[in-house]
Design a protein around this ligand. Structure first.
Ligand code: GLA
Length: 704
């Protein structure tokens, strides 16, 4: 609900409140936190209201827009320079409550939702700024739009999606940082005085920083305390900047990052920011995650796939890499038969002359040396064995050694006069050029239209370099969305799995199109507990694509028990990435059992509420529990690292159950009340390194 009364603009879903007021033409922020009655939001603001923004107010008052050059010396959320000015002075013009959010022409939360639109103007600079606040259950979504209404072009230096001012306090922040093979490490640090930035300038969201940030009270924990979570629905350069000022107020500016030097905004031209989702809870980091999860399941993920079982795939990459032909693939398919696998995915290597990663990207033509009877023979073999077929593309890539590059060298992103930098022996196509997107769409359309393919793995394996101007970064991301839109429209039944050298582009904009994303190229079960734990801070389990692979693991060389690999991969969309033509009978039996149990639990895993019970970054144990929203059942996986001799291990207390009900714990052959499970807990037993405990909990009766 959005109300405007007595100069208080109050946005609430009944659980959180967000409020500001207009003073001297400026939007002064007054409250963000647990829901308040309207008049309380006003009271809270009254102390600020009594003061003038002029004089020293600019220097410390909390604003809805951080501006540059007029006495607010903190980080700006909107900065423009032009002929004769570097400052702006946006003043309130009007506000209206809309029944729905205007389209952003890029991914954003779906469905009708009430929106407050506030218009500000700077007559001297010739600029109009619109701020949008859209209210969702549990979340506030914000974006901004700036228009040049003057007579001369200007340079847009910064336009964040939102400036969020947090009240005076002592805060920590949590970010998801990492590298290839180790995405989304959870780090918690103090918001110390000064400016702190998390960003990507790689043209894609990156392995290094996820576009997620939580700012939380110093004493907030996983299970309690005030937490503000932010996540940007965007797949390109971004920046989350926090500033703790002299009064210990924290300003959080979050948006797409504009490259150094800015971008021009011509007369009459507008620039729309991506959407920033922000979430407030007083139920700790776990509470924040559960809000994000539900929001994304209901408002972000394509309803064609949301909450629905995803195919259980076996992927050829770690099984055969580039080394395959029709006969070998047929043996692979035969091997997959009877295990419960739904879809065989042929990864890299089926096109051009791609025997290694040094050629052919862009030449999306079947390699007849390896597949003399085309993909059809392979697909027919899958069908004969009762399975479907999926295929890999890297649509945005071009190899210097490719027919496409020889025909269109200018389609690779480049700077005139310089040889481009190769990463993994490849360049990036200029997706800001509509001709390029048309070409790639046609090439993919041909393959998909001519074959029965219901699954695509869309990969993206390097960052953008040699970019000639800052605008290209935005055009590039728009081109990616355009291709996704066209493919989704033309092939509505094809599920596109996202991937970017693993989780290098794990962001909500990709999730808007791809209901699941390959979480990491690291398939080691132990490492995965951390990667998946980190991702779960923001993203629901149904978006995590996890595969069981062989041991010693191809990335870490570590050996973990097969059961543990299955248990960890089951916390998301389970799949396999091992040569099913060569595994032992024992492993075949294990896979069958894993898939059978997973299928029985799948609905709960995909739609239940997640409780993180042990943090693998802070202890030797990882434990996650998924509970049905109504507390009727739960699925728990606990994994240790190195086994310790004679180490006392505390019980694990479950969450989200009905304390008065009686439950069965299948693996322990026990019946326990919800109260016992939650307040006394279950005792894990770890007998080996990297061993897993799995518990299935089912409600038997409402009374213990
Ligand atoms: C990337 C992906 C892998 C695999 C290879 C193929 O690294 O993350 O899963 O598809 O490319 O080249």
């Amino acid at each position: 609900m959005i109300t405007i009364s007595d100069n208080i603009y109050h946005i609430t879903d009944g659980k959180y409140s967000y409020a500001f007021f207009v003073k001297d033409g400026k939007l002064v922020h007054s409250y963000y936190g647990k829901a308040l009655p309207v008049d309380k939001a006003r009271m809270k603001s009254s102390a600020l209201n009594a003061l003038s923004v002029h004089s020293f107010g600019y220097d410390w008052m909390p604003f809805e827009v951080g501006e540059r050059g007029r006495g607010d010396f903190r980080i700006p959320s909107a900065a423009v320079s032009g002929n004769g000015f570097t400052s702006t002075d946006f003043l309130f013009e009007s506000a209206e409550v809309l029944d729905d959010k205007p389209s952003l022409n890029m991914p954003s939360l779906r469905g009708k939702a009430q929106t407050l639109a506030v218009t500000l103007k700077d007559a001297v600079a010739g600029l109009e700024l619109k701020l949008y606040y859209t209210v969702y259950d549990g979340a506030l979504a914000r974006h901004t739009e700036i228009k040049n209404i003057g007579k001369l072009p200007v340079t847009l230096c910064t336009l964040d999606s939102a400036c969020t001012e947090l009240d005076i306090g002592d805060y920590d922040y949590i970010s998801l940082d990492g590298r290839w093979g180790a995405e989304c490490g959870v780090s918690r640090q103090s918001v110390a005085y000064g400016v702190h930035t998390l960003s990507s300038s790689r043209g894609v969201t990156s392995h290094q920083h996820n576009p997620f940030l939580a700012v939380l009270d110093k004493d907030a924990t996983e299970h309690s305390g005030d937490v503000y979570g932010f996540n940007l629905i965007y797949s390109g350069n971004f920046a989350a900047r926090m500033e703790r000022d002299e009064k210990s107020r924290v300003r959080v500016n979050f948006g797409a990052q504009i490259a150094e030097g800015g971008i021009s905004l011509e007369v009459g031209e507008s620039f729309v920011s991506p959407e920033l989702v922000s979430v407030y809870t007083d139920e700790g980091v776990g509470g924040m995650s559960r809000i994000f999860h539900k929001l994304y399941r209901t408002r972000l993920i394509d309803p064609r796939f949301a909450d629905k079982p995803r195919p259980i795939v076996v992927n050829s990459w770690e099984s055969v890499y580039f080394d395959f032909d029709e006969q070998k693939l047929k043996r692979f398919i035969d091997g997959a038969n009877g295990l419960g696998i739904d879809t065989v995915v042929l990864d890299d290597g089926w096109f051009g002359k791609r025997d290694s990663d040094n050629c052919s990207l862009g030449d999306w033509i079947i390699d007849r040396r390896k597949l003399p009877n085309g993909l059809k023979a392979v697909i027919d073999h899958c069908k004969k064995n009762g399975m479907k077929f999926g295929i890999w593309f890297e649509p945005e890539a071009i190899s210097p050694n490719s027919d496409l590059y020889r025909a269109h060298p200018g389609w690779a992103i480049s700077t005139v006069g310089r040889k481009g930098i190769e990463m993994r022996n490849q360049y990036v196509l200029d997706f800001s050029n509509p001709q390029v997107v048309d070409y790639v769409f046609e090439a993919m359309r041909k393959i998909l239209a001519e074959h029965e393919i219901l699954y695509v793995k869309w990969d993206m394996n390097r960052g953008l370099s040699d970019v000639p101007n800052g605008k290209l970064y935005f055009g590039y991301v728009r081109g990616v969305y355009e291709l996704y839109d066209r493919l989704s429209h033309e092939f509505p039944n094809v599920l596109i799995e996202g991937c970017s050298s693993g989780g290098g582009r794990f962001d909500p904009a990709i999730l808007y199109y791809s209901p699941m994303i390959w979480a990491s190229d690291d398939t080691d079960a132990h490492e995965r507990t951390k990667i998946q734990y980190g991702l779960s801070l923001c993203y629901p389990l149904q978006t995590l694509s996890n595969h069981v692979s062989v041991c010693p693991n191809h990335q870490s060389a570590r050996t973990t028990p097969f059961d543990t690999r299955g248990a960890v991969a089951s916390l998301g969309c389970l799949g396999y990435e091992l040569n099913v033509a060569e595994i032992s009978e024992d492993e075949r039996e294990k896979i069958k059992k894993q898939i059978e149990t997973y299928k029985a639990d799948r609905n709960l895993i995909l739609t239940g509420e997640l409780y993180r019970l042990r943090n693998p970054f802070a202890s030797d144990i990882f434990c996650e529990q998924v509970a049905a929203e109504d507390g009727s059942e739960a699925y728990v996986v606990a994994v240790n690292t190195l086994n310790k001799v004679n180490l006392p291990i505390g019980k694990i207390k479950l969450k989200g159950l009905d304390e008065n009900a009686l439950y069965s714990v299948k693996e322990l052959n026990a019946q326990l009340s919800g109260a016992e499970l939650m307040y006394d807990g279950l005792q894990p037993e770890f007998r080996n390194d990297f061993s897993a405990n799995i518990w299935h909990i089912k409600k038997l009766t409402n009374k213990r």
